[in-house]
Write a protein that binds this ligand. Structure first.
Ligand code: MN
Length: 201
């Protein structure tokens, strides 16, 4: 039976997550603040840690950093951060602190179980992401509508054509060829002597 340490100060979240995990056959160890979580991780050696980010003493990211600086029997325990702040940069902050995965609150039952199963199977492959397909489910916090996890795509890089003639100094936009009508007729231009005609007949 896999042991999961859940570090969470909110009793309602604790109760609901525990219920889900116990029903799925996991043993759940509880800690209600960051320092207690660290102590439990060292003492109980759980197989996985679910780490709330907003905790009353040290926050979950600080607790994660401390755990990841410990000897391998502790530092190799995968840590999945749980945060209500589904804001830009949150995921990056979690990963930077050493978290192995990330779940945005309110946590969905299926997403939680999928992510937990994924990390328990892949303990030896750190830095795996928790990007599992989330199935719509009952939110854990009553009354709060589920917040869509903002997946922030990096800005798409436009495929720039390399400047073939850097000496001429014109930008790519300035050197666009004149627009042609769909039938191949050249667009009317003000200069009648423009020898741009390409009538292929
Ligand atoms: Mn909290």
């Amino acid at each position: 039976m896999s042991k999961i340490l859940y570090v969470e100060d909110n009793p309602q979240n604790m109760r609901l997550v525990r219920k889900i995990l116990v029903a799925a056959g996991y043993e759940v160890i509880e800690a209600t603040n960051g320092l207690a979580g660290i102590a439990s991780a060292e003492r109980d050696k759980p197989d996985l840690i679910l780490m709330d980010v907003n905790l009353p003493d040290i926050n979950g990211l600080e607790a994660t950093s401390r755990l990841k600086a410990m000897p391998p029997d502790v530092s190799e325990i995968p840590i999945i951060a749980l945060t209500a702040n589904a804001m830009h940069g949150d995921r990056e902050n979690c990963i930077a602190a050493g978290c192995d995965g990330y779940l945005a609150k309110p946590v969905m039952k299926n997403e939680l179980l999928n992510t937990v199963a994924l990390f328990l199977k892949q303990v030896s492959s750190p830095k795996a992401t928790s990007e599992v397909p989330s199935t719509p489910n009952v939110p854990l916090t009553n009354g709060t509508p589920p917040v869509a996890t903002a997946t922030l795509e990096p800005p798409k890089e436009e495929p720039h054509t390399p400047d073939a003639s850097p000496s001429n100094g014109t930008s790519a936009a300035a050197s666009e060829p004149p627009k042609q009508e769909p039938n191949g007729m050249p667009k009317p231009v003000s200069n009648p002597s423009n020898n741009n005609s390409s009538q292929a007949r």
